[in-house]
Design a protein around this ligand. Structure first.
Ligand code: URP
Ligand code: ZN
Length: 464
């Protein structure tokens, strides 16, 4: 009989294809079999998951650990970000390596790996943020693929911060990526509109957090998304819209997909459960992220897009600036550092506000939580689902357990929680990374450096 290190028994096992009661048998980091409950095995260790739901470990393709932005530094470094991810049931993240202007893509990648490899506790991949497109950069693409990176990120805004690619550079990048089959993700906001509106409102003394949303109006995001889709179509490339807030654009993306274009959108938990009334709060600065929070109508479109597969993933966009960083020295909305935490709460928010309200089925949750991102970002079939031969990355939730989120719910000294006061279900009771229990009842049991860099394959554009 095959040796079994760990059996997870009696739970409701969910994949994108459906749910069933089953035992999951694990050996040497891999799932070796999924058998009817109660079938005989000689597992060295058994986790009884009766009454619980067993999902694939989460894949969060949008984290910013150990990041500096707008003169602030994230609370999470590679280790603490990993712990937060694992506590939230996410076993793989894709973070970012920055190409510095005048430097190569591979320099950026090597540098980020030296920052990450000794410290990560979660498995991880990297997108390269391209800031300098030229013939030399584009000639590096085969080496980048060989090094296990198959996606880029391009900023359509943040010119002042030195991150933006102009349309010519973006088109050149898209063409090169399209030829090699890579995916280009974009932060889609129209920089010119934002710069104009910001100057206009600051001159009038409009400095409160509310003006963060006013100066980044719906058209600033919608126009950039449409432009990105047009450029990608012309270039013959696949495109991924990071952190889509403007749900009103989902019908356009749905139409683009119906025309056969490889156009994929991600949204984030905050856009699904919070709206722009948060900017009216006394602590509205804590809700400053870009794009800004929008309206309940946008939320409804985003949920519908998740259900029908137009919005293919929920990434956290975790940028863990502390309450202090977001409020001290910020003269106005314009100097408040952009970005909020979130890596730890993707699952309870999707479960509570998606599944429990009937907006998503459990298999639909699994698709946007792990399966689609795994396929789209070249991690499948090693990761993303629950199947024999795949990595034994699992998360167990207890649907009967309610948790009240507070400013102390998450890992690390953030000093605030944008979900403070919400009652949720779906907080993981156990996270298993490649067959090892790394979180049990909120306690982290792993160690720095146990996570692995995952070399990714080319994206699969045909998502089922
Ligand atoms: O406000 C945000 N989203 N901050 C993180 C950096 C980015 O824009 O991706
Ligand atoms: Zn962004």
């Amino acid at each position: 009989m095959t040796m079994i290190d760990l059996a997870v028994t009696g739970g409701t096992v969910v994949t994108g294809a459906g749910e069933k009661s089953a035992d999951i048998l694990i050996h040497d980091e891999k799932i070796v079999a999924i058998v009817p409950p109660g079938e005989h095995h000689n597992a060295a260790k058994v986790i009884d998951a009766a009454g619980k739901i067993v999902l694939p470990g989460g894949i969060d393709v949008h984290t910013h650990f150990l990041v500096g932005f707008m003169s602030c530094r994230s609370v999470y470094d590679m280790f603490s970000g990993s712990v937060a991810a694992l506590r939230g049931g996410t076993t793989t993240v894709i973070d970012f390596a920055l190409q510095r202007k005048g430097r190569s893509l591979m320099d950026g990648l090597r540098h980020r790996r030296t920052q990450a490899d000794p410290f990560v506790a979660v498995d991880y991949g990297l997108h390269i943020v391209v800031t300098d497109v030229n013939d030399k950069t584009l000639a590096e693409i085969p080496a980048v693929i060989a090094a296990g990176v198959t996606s880029f990120k391009a900023y359509m805004t943040y010119e002042k911060e030195g991150l933006m690619l102009n349309d010519g550079a973006l088109l050149a990048l898209l063409k090169a990526a399209g030829r090699e089959g890579l995916l280009v993700g974009v932060h889609a906001e129209n920089d010119k509109i934002i710069v104009y509106e910001t100057a206009h409102h600051l001159a009038k003394g409009d400095i409160s957090p509310r003006f963060h949303a006013v100066t980044r109006p719906p058209i600033a995001e919608a126009e950039a998304i449409r432009r990105a889709v047009s450029l990608a179509e012309a270039a013959g490339a696949g495109i991924y819209i990071f952190h889509m807030a403007i749900g009103r654009e989902v019908p356009n993306l749905r139409a683009a997909r119906a025309r056969g274009l490889p156009v994929f959108a991600e949204t984030c938990p905050h856009y699904l459960v919070l709206d722009d009334t948060s900017y009216e709060r006394a602590d509205g600065q804590l809700y400053v992220m870009s794009p800004p929070l929008r309206t309940p109508d946008d939320q409804a479109h985003l949920w519908a897009g998740l259900a029908d597969g137009t919005v293919v993933a929920v990434g956290s966009d975790d940028a863990s600036f502390s309450a202090e960083a977001k409020t001290t020295d910020a003269d106005s909305f314009a100097t408040t550092v952009n970005g909020v935490h979130g890596v730890e709460f993707r699952l309870p928010l999707l479960y509570t506000f998606g599944v429990e309200t009937g907006k998503l089925t459990l298999p639909q949750l699994v698709k946007v939580w792990s399966e689609n991102p795994a396929k789209l970002f070249g991690l499948a079939p090693q990761k993303g689902s629950i199947a024999p031969g795949g990595d034994a990355d699992l998360v167990i939730i207890d649907p009967a357990r309610t948790t009240r989120l507070t400013t102390k719910s998450h890992f690390g000294p953030l000093g605030y929680n944008i979900y403070d006061g919400m009652e949720v279900r779906g907080v993981p009771v156990c996270t298993i990374r490649r067959g090892t229990v790394v979180v049990e009842n909120d306690e982290f049991l792993g160690a720095a450096g146990e996570g692995r860099f995952v070399k990714r394959k080319l994206p699969e554009f045909a998502l089922s």
